[in-house]
Design a protein around this ligand. Sequence first.
Ligand code: GLY
Ligand code: MN
Length: 463
Amino acid sequence: MFAAEIYKQRRKKLIQQVSNGLILLFGNKESSMNYIANTYPFRQDSNFLYYVGYDVPDLVAMLDTQSGEQILYGDDLGVEDIIWMGYQEKLTEKAARAGMDLVRPMERLAGDICKAMTKNRKIHFLPPYREERKSQLSFLMEADCNKDENLYSEELIRAIVAQRSVKDDLEINEIESTLTSATRPMYLHAMKMAKPGVAEYEISGMIEGMALQQGLAMAYPIICSVNGEILHNHYHGNIMKEGQLLIIDAGAESKLHYSTDITRTIPVGGKFSSRQKDIYDLVLKAELEAISKIQPGIPYRDVHMHAAATIAEGIKDLGLLKGNVDDILSCGAHALFFPHGIGHMMGLDVHDMEDLGEKYVGYGDEFQRSEQFGLAYLRMARRLEKGFVITVEPGIYFIPPLIEKWEAEGKHKDFIRYDKLKSYFDFGGIRIEDDVLVTSDGHRVLGDPIPKTIGEVEQVCTL
Ligand code: GLY
Ligand code: MN
């Protein structure tokens, strides 16, 4: 945990931003895999981590915005639990670490909420992302959380998004030191391992093992696939063949659960073909140009569109698109090759605060999400501010079912050279991703550099 004072300050600021009532912050419970006692690795809720920090199940914080009272609800373990689970700090000690001095047993929570509701006090809580939390909230609030999205406090969501979006030096250090000491070595190792005959799971297993060896976890399920055209491909069963491209999209999570999120595309056997080089250099150009545009005040949607223009122009030069690039961009024909957004906010979650709603985190009041294929997947459009940490991750993919569908529909046929695309059906995809801090006058790519140019990647592959 950070020092208690950090959590105190964060809660003080939150309480100032919420006009009245009680704020409820739920820590997560254990989640069962195949029977109750056999649980998935525990992951604390990120909002709870941010404001309370304590990383064990079954805690709830209640903050009174009027009186300033802050209560940690939980239960001390009995000796029966200690026999199986070992000693845990007492609730008062847990609260002290978070700078809180009031504790109550969990059985008091429902009654305290009920009492506040009878006094017509507003209860602020966040949208749940686990089913058991939905049921608990429905019971506590005497309402159906599956049906009524208006139950969640927009005021609380907005206050938290404003606060968590801007990372302080401690948070930036968590991300940056994890990139350098954990995520970077994973990629150096993977590049050396990407040889014909090796299974994808040998590499994904090595990556996860390297995180575990440092007492860390992964920030999200590893993408490690020679079918990189499948954007979130979690199948790792292929045996790699010479000449294939291996996309690895992975990142360790720091001890305090700050994410990292890197992608590299690696030639199996160590050498890119000339066709792969053309596409790789185009993705790299899009990434480097996008990074160069990052500074406070620029809408991230503009950075996305700049990357889309670079990709569209380059693909046109390769003879796979035709016509005017502005027309290609406005109708969205380029999204056949670049169907996702340029990046997203990153912090305690890899897609930071996605549980609170992308419209608040990535769009705000100034921007509306497009309905156009491709642009609709842009997670972040809003203006950048100093202290944001964002990913930059353009890619080019050849997705046979999508190409076939669009061709059958005659979609964008004035721009797309469908006749030339058949020979790319076995290409896969290329994505390159880094994590970038918005600084007062520009940006900084976080962490020690991870090999990225064709020359750098090929050199590590053949070590
Ligand atoms: N790292 C996966 C993603 O950004 O969606
Ligand atoms: Mn990402």
